[in-house]
Write a protein that binds this ligand. Structure first.
Ligand SMILES: *Cc1c(COP(=O)(O)O)cnc(C)c1O
Length: 378
């Protein structure tokens, strides 16, 4: 009794999305081909202004990726050797990579077992650890809006103020999410975004941006993204990067922006359907109170590693993709073991063994959603 072959359900369906925005894409790309200003063309400023106004930020600086966005922000603060940068142990590697590239030390903080966001209580402890050891200067705190839900911003803001830390938001996964009715983008002194193709607002290549309400920092970010240039091109004020946002990528994001709210609504509807459908089989992701997620990733908890492997096999046999974000907390990665102080971070370790993501993107049909739920519950 072979079921009729059905198309596999994956984590992205860019062809289906492309078909839905084909006209807008064509017009946007054609316009760039006509003016040929491939580097810092008018689409860059247009996108910056749309991204800023969507969240009510006063400044936006387009850059080449979410990772470069973090680097520009930390370089602007002069963060480097001897500095401790606090960040969750359970996040994408880029958050921790940049402090290390700049010579600073990432200090890993444990996370909440239900929302997977940084744990403010453990953060206080980790800051105290660093102060007690006396080797590093606590300088910065990076809050990550993991999977599209907001980090505990009120607590992070209070701790950053008490401890005199520069507060940055790594919002790579959460543009379009909100907390207490306010869209994310102004939670830190600077907020970094990524438009990697699999993020909720994705380009067709690498792209990123920085949001801030501080005009002086914005000017510094603009200088740093173009080799540290001053008022004229050949005035070099500081060591910078080549981290500009590509014009074609800006054009593609602009073509997608008109649909973005509808896509977010669709993501939320699918997440609710999953919640209802899988309860009793898997633990749905706990919601951060008073917030709306951008649903970059819908992660559930299984009972353990063996259970998760069996579930992934079962889903695969039914044509449903699954993925693990993230199979190892950062302090257990070879790249970071050397800089970790050895503190035990038990929640990050436990959830990395049990977590599993289901496909969630706006192109999933109601039938696809039903197939995913049926595969989980079978
Ligand atoms: C994707 C991501 C980044 C990096 O963004 P890129 O555009 O791929 O460089 C940084 N932090 C988090 C949490 C991410 O998910």
């Amino acid at each position: 009794m072979n079921a009729p072959a059905q198309a596999p359900i994956g984590f992205l369906d860019l062809p289906r999305q492309q078909a839905a925005i084909a006209d807008a894409l064509r017009q946007r790309v054609d316009a760039v081909m006509r003016h040929c200003r491939f580097v810092m063309g008018p689409e860059v400023a247009e996108l910056e202004s749309r991204l800023a106004s969507y969240v009510g930020a006063s400044e936006c600086v387009g850059v080449s990726s979410g990772t470069d966005a973090i680097q520009v922000v930390l370089m602007a603060e002069g963060i480097g050797e001897g500095d401790a940068v606090f960040l969750p142990a359970f996040t994408y590697t880029a958050t921790a990579e940049v402090p290390l590239v700049l010579g600073a030390t990432p200090v890993f903080v444990d996370v909440d077992p239900h929302t997977f966001q940084i744990d403010p209580e453990n953060l206080r402890q980790r800051i105290a650890d660093v102060r007690r050891a006396g080797r590093l200067r606590p300088r910065a705190l990076i809050g990550v809006d993991l999977f599209g839900q907001p980090a505990p911003w009120p607590e992070l803001r209070a701790i950053a103020a008490e401890e005199d830390l520069f507060l940055m938001a790594d919002c790579a996964q959460a543009y379009g999410a909100s907390l207490s009715g306010r869209r994310l983008g102004r939670e830190g002194v600077a907020t970094t975004l990524s438009f990697f193709p699999s993020k909720p607002l994705g380009a067709y290549g690498d792209a990123g941006a920085i949001l801030t309400d501080d005009p002086e920092r914005a000017e510094l970010y603009r200088s740093l993204r173009t080799h540290g240039e001053g008022k004229t091109r050949y005035e070099v004020l500081r060591t910078g990067m080549n981290a500009r946002l590509d014009t074609l990528q800006a054009a593609i994001i602009l073509a997608k922006l008109d649909r973005f709210d509808a896509e977010l609504a669709r993501r939320r509807a699918i997440a609710s359907a999953y919640d209802r459908g899988i309860t009793g089989h898997l633990t749905p992701p706990a919601r951060v109170a008073d917030s709306e997620s951008s649903w970059a990733i819908y992660s559930v908890l299984t009972r353990g590693e063996a259970d998760r492997a069996a579930m992934q096999e079962k889903l695969k046999a039914r044509g449903v993709a699954s993925a693990i974000y993230y199979p190892r907390p950062l302090h257990r990665q070879p790249a970071y073991e050397g800089c970790h102080d050895g503190a035990s971070l038990p929640v990050a370790e436990d959830i990395s063994r049990r977590i599993m993501a289901l496909p969630l993107h706006p192109e999933l049909s109601d039938n696809d959603v039903a197939r995913v739920i049926a595969a989980v519950c079978a």
